[in-house]
Write a protein that binds this ligand. Structure first.
Ligand SMILES: *[C@@H]1O[C@H](CO)[C@@H](O)[C@H](O)[C@H]1NC(C)=O
Ligand SMILES: *[C@@H]1O[C@H](CO)[C@@H](O)[C@H](O)[C@H]1NC(C)=O
Ligand SMILES: *[C@@H]1O[C@H](CO)[C@@H](O)[C@H](O)[C@H]1NC(C)=O
Ligand SMILES: *[C@@H]1O[C@H](CO)[C@@H](O)[C@H](O)[C@H]1NC(C)=O
Length: 220
């Protein structure tokens, strides 16, 4: 189930990347591949369903609301801003852009999404814990995992451009850049906060290490 989670997360990520207004992508991978295959992948994501799930949770899920409210706080915004300024983060961002993966865009999208929501928390004693678990489970269950996995599998076997992308993404340089970012105290803090909200990034890193053949992920 965990591998499926990773793949679903990657599919969502690629999906968001492709919502990008077209920015010039350097020539690390053929851009015609990016345009066409990502478009096909994107069509597998049930966007309306995901939107509906979000609104359902905003109505019924106090823990989801508490988490969103926390992400609207100055404390959270300051943490994100601090990470944005780090050279390690800027270097990783620049590197991934050569693969057509735009982290800045994903974060801007998430920020705009969170900022746009009006949260009214009913007074509750004790106040509800911030927790995204139930929301994430619902979103995962709405994704056509088998179709997404088949799609990626088929591309990895048959499409030389996808193989090239995979090979370049799985090199040591990528791993080193990711490790530099994870080592930042602010990023550790962010990962801990997400963990507290039921989002386990360490699991995802472990899966990513397995996926790219990087050996064991050393947790901190
Ligand atoms: C989303 O919600 C709207 C309004 O309730 C409904 O008409 C529509 O069928 C839903 N779509 C999906 C894919 O669940
Ligand atoms: C923000 O809310 C408005 C009005 O509900 C909506 O049209 C717009 O798409 C939302 N923007 C984002 C980034 O979610
Ligand atoms: C990648 O890093 C590992 C561990 O540091 C090393 O054993 C391996 O030789 C490196 N591979 C390349 C291609 O540099
Ligand atoms: C978040 O909610 C899930 C599902 O209700 C629960 O299993 C988990 O323990 C909660 N996490 C925390 C940190 O409270």
């Amino acid at each position: 189930m965990n591998l499926l989670r990773l793949i679903a997360a990657m599919a969502l990520l690629f999906n968001l990347c492709q919502s990008a207004p077209s920015t010039p992508v350097p020539k690390a991978v053929p851009t015609d591949f990016l345009a066409n295959e990502f478009k096909n992948l994107k069509s597998l994501i049930p966007k309306e369903r995901v939107r509906n799930i979000t609104y359902e949770h905003l109505e019924t899920d106090q823990n989801f609301k508490a988490a969103i409210k926390y992400m609207q706080s100055e404390e959270w915004k300051d943490l994100i801003e601090a990470i944005r300024d780090k050279p390690e983060w800027i270097a990783l961002k620049k590197y991934l852009r050569e693969f057509g993966i735009d982290l800045e865009l994903i974060i801007n999208y998430a920020e705009a999404f969170v900022a746009n929501i009006t949260v009214t928390l009913e007074p509750q004693d004790p106040p509800p814990k911030k927790n995204l678990s139930l929301f994430i489970i619902d979103v995962e269950q709405s994704l056509p995992i088998i179709a997404i996995v088949s799609f990626l599998h088929e591309k990895l076997i048959n499409n030389p451009s996808v193989q090239e992308l995979f090979e370049k993404l799985s090199n040591n340089e990528s791993r080193q850049m990711i490790e530099n970012v994870i080592a930042l105290p602010e990023v550790k803090c962010l990962i801990k906060e997400f963990e507290y909200m039921g989002v386990n990034f360490l699991d995802m890193f472990s899966l990513m290490y397995t996926f790219f053949g990087w050996g064991e992920f050393k947790s901190f």
